[in-house]
Design a protein around this ligand. Structure first.
Ligand code: UDP
Ligand code: MG
Length: 316
């Protein structure tokens, strides 16, 4: 149990969220005011919007909201860097006892914020927001997500299933997360590596309040590859295993071919030759691709480039 009332920052990454923003800021402000009046969080708590280089007037709206309410703050990144980096930019600016990250589209139930704070008071450092069901997702998204989680756990990666980036982090859990210096970020995969006491709150995910998803298939795929390559080298081991198996099968084939040749039964063999060429070149190209993915990652990591630049802050 913790005795002191915590101060809270709600971190919200926004990319072209002009349509959803007004609903979002209202809902979160109400939650904040309610929790302050119940003395669950400190008066100096606030909402931090991170404008991830939006092309619409999201930043203008953030600035206006910040001008109208002392609970609202904003930072604007110099260009679009993607959800995970925008989140890290926001988290890096947190100076309160706890922070909660949430998307701007209100798909994640804001009522859970209070439960998350309660669980923090009970002594947890991490509280995961977990979806009860995926019925609001498309058939495609639901199934690809299942395949992804299934194969990740088969590769020994420990992830909280149906949890995206809606979570509470205590000050020390956040400090630990920020010690991970990798360029390519897959935050939800790193959190279970932190340890500390954790708990979950469950909720039903709603439809987006307004606007469209900012996660097209291409970005989803990139995040999935990021997840695999940043958390496990199992694909490389699988390639190794595949190589061993192919060598073993080739060895058997050589014995068969030699026996056939010396017993005078050598056949024309066009079909088997052409099939093995196609199959083996496919396997080799795929393997090279997977290895390339890891090498590319090493290359990007060695550059140690800065992850983001802040263009403007509302309280400058
Ligand atoms: N987002 C971002 N940068 C991006 C893409 C998305 O900051 O390049 C934000 C977006 O504004 C939202 C959150 O990330 O607050 C999740 O995006 P979205 O709701 O579009 O994803 P979905 O729920 O469809 O997976
Ligand atoms: Mg969403």
């Amino acid at each position: 149990m913790r005795d002191a009332i915590p101060s809270l920052t709600i971190v919200v990454p926004c990319y072209n969220e002009a349509e959803a923003f007004i609903y979002c800021v209202d809902a979160l402000k109400n939650i904040l005011i309610d929790l302050i009046s119940k003395q669950k969080i400190q008066e100096n708590s606030h909402i931090l919007f991170v404008d991830d280089g939006s092309k619409d007037n999201t930043w203008l709206q953030i600035k206006q909201a910040a001008g109208q309410s002392s609970y609202v703050q904003g930072i604007k990144l110099s260009r679009n860097r993607g959800h995970q980096t925008a989140l890290i930019a926001g988290l890096s600016a947190v100076d309160t006892d706890v922070c909660i990250s949430i998307d701007a589209d209100l798909q994640d139930d804001t009522k859970c914020i209070e439960q998350m704070i309660d669980k923090y008071i009970q002594g947890n450092d991490i509280v995961y927001g977990v979806r009860n069901d995926r019925s609001t997702d498309s058939f495609f998204k639901r199934n690809t997500a299942n395949i992804f989680y299934g194969s990740m756990s088969a590769m020994g990666v420990n992830q909280v299933e149906n949890h995206a980036d809606y979570r509470l982090l205590s000050k020390r859990a956040l400090a630990a997360l920020l010690e991970f210096k990798e360029q390519n970020l897959y935050i939800r995969g790193l959190i279970p590596l932190l340890g500390f006491h954790s708990d979950k709150v469950f909720y039903t995910r709603e439809e987006r309040i307004a606007g469209e998803s900012k996660y097209p298939l291409k970005k989803m795929l990139a995040l999935a590859i990021e997840g695999v390559t940043s958390l496990t080298v199992t694909p490389l081991r699988l390639i190794c295993g595949m190589g061993f198996l192919t060598c073993f099968l080739s060895f058997l084939a050589i014995i068969y071919i030699l026996i056939a040749k010396f017993s005078g039964h050598a056949v024309e063999g066009w079909t088997s030759v052409i099939i093995s060429i196609f199959f083996l070149s496919g396997v080799q190209l795929l393997s090279l691709g997977v290895i390339g993915e890891y090498i590319g990652k090493i290359y990007m990591e060695t550059k140690q480039r800065p992850k983001f630049f802040i263009d403007e802050k509302t309280n400058d």
